[in-house]
Write a new protein. Structure first.
Length: 261
C-alpha cells in the first residue's frame, strides 16, 4: 500500500493555489482529505500533541485516512530534557488515532548535528525503549549514518528508515532507498541547494518545484520499496506556494502510469 501526501496542510499561502479563496482554516483538513489519503503532521514538533486535538483532526477525515505524527523537538533536537514523562505524554496523545486505525507511524527527524557516535546510538536505543509498540521512522540529516551496519542497527531496533530527496550537497544524505522495517518512507524536500544552508526564512529552503522528469527517477525506487514493506508513505515537504500539492499529485499520476504499463 502506497500513501501519498504532504508534510503539513495548514499553510496560508495554499489559499488560491490549492484551497479555494475564502476557505476558513478550520476547513483546510476537510478539503485536503478529499484529495489525499494521508498527512504528515508537523505541528507536533513545535508543541506536544494532545488527544483532543488529534481526535478532532481525525473527525475531519475518512476512515482510510492515515496520520503520521512528527516527534516533538524535545525528543529529537533538545534530547537532554526528554525524560520518561515526555515520551509518555506524546504516546498517550496518539490513542484516538490508534483506536480508529488512522495512525501510520511517528517520524523522528534528527538535526544535522545529530552525528554518528556511541552517545547518539545509545539515545536511539533509549528512544526505541520509550516507545514500545509504536512504529517509528527515523530521518537523519547527516550522511555519517549512511553505513551498512547502521541500516542493520535500524532493522534490529525495528526503526523504519526515512529515504530523502534533497539537494546534492556535501554531508547531506544521498537519495538511497532502504527498507529497515515494515514501513517504507520517503520525504521530498526539494533541491534548492542555493537556499539550503543560507536563507532568511525557513520556508526558503523548501521553495522548489520538481519537474516530472525528476520525480520519474523515484518511481522504480518507490515501487521497490513498496515491494519490501507493508505500508509506504511518500510526503512532499516542498510546501511553499503549494508546490508540494502539485508534486504529490504529479507523483500519483506517474505511479498510476507505471502500473498501467
Amino acid at each position: 500500500m502506497i500513501h501519498i501526501g504532504t508534510s503539513g496542510y495548514s499553510y496560508d499561502d495554499w489559499v488560491g493555489p490549492f484551497y479555494p479563496e475564502g476557505t476558513d482554516k478550520r476547513d483546510f483538513l476537510d478539503f485536503y482529505a478529499r484529495h489525499f489519503n494521508c498527512n504528515e503532521v508537523n505541528y507536533t514538533y513545535y508543541r506536544m500533541p494532545n488527544a483532543g486535538t488529534l481526535e478532532a483532526m481525525s473527525a475531519k477525515t475518512p476512515s482510510d485516512f492515515r496520520f503520521v505524527i512528527k516527534a516533538n523537538r524535545a525528543m529529537t533536537h533538545e534530547r537532554e530534557g526528554a525524560d520518561e514523562s515526555t515520551f509518555e505524554e506524546f504516546v498517550a496523545a496518539l490513542d484516538p488515532l490508534r483506536e480508529q486505525g488512522k495512525f501510520g507511524c511517528v517520524l523522528a527527524q534528527f538535526p544535522w548535528g545529530f552525528k554518528l557516535n556511541q552517545q547518539n546510538v545509545d539515545y536511539l536505543k533509549r528512544f526505541r525503549k520509550m516507545m514500545p509498540g509504536v512504529p517509528v521512522v527515523v530521518e537523519f540529516r547527516n550522511d555519517a549514518w549512511i553505513r551498512d551496519d547502521m541500516f542493520e542497527f535500524l532493522r534490529e531496533a525495528n526503526f523504519g528508515y526515512c529515504c530523502v530527496d534533497q539537494p546534492d550537497l556535501k554531508s547531506l544524505l544521498p537519495p538511497r532507498v532502504e527498507a529497515t522495517s515494515s514501513i517504507g518512507y520517503v520525504r521530498f524536500h526539494g533541491r534548492n541547494a542555493e537556499k539550503w544552508w543560507e536563507h532568511d526564512e525557513a520556508w526558503e529552503r523548501y521553495d522548489y518545484l520538481y519537474s516530472r522528469e525528476e520525480l520519474q527517477e523515484w518511481v522504480p525506487k518507490v515501487q521497490s520499496l513498496a515491494e519490501q514493506t507493508e505500508e509506504t508513505y511518500l510526503f512532499f515537504n516542498n510546501h511553499y506556494g503549494a508546490q508540494a500539492v502539485q508534486n504529490a499529485q504529479d507523483f500519483a499520476d506517474l505511479l498510476g502510469d507505471a502500473d498501467r504499463d
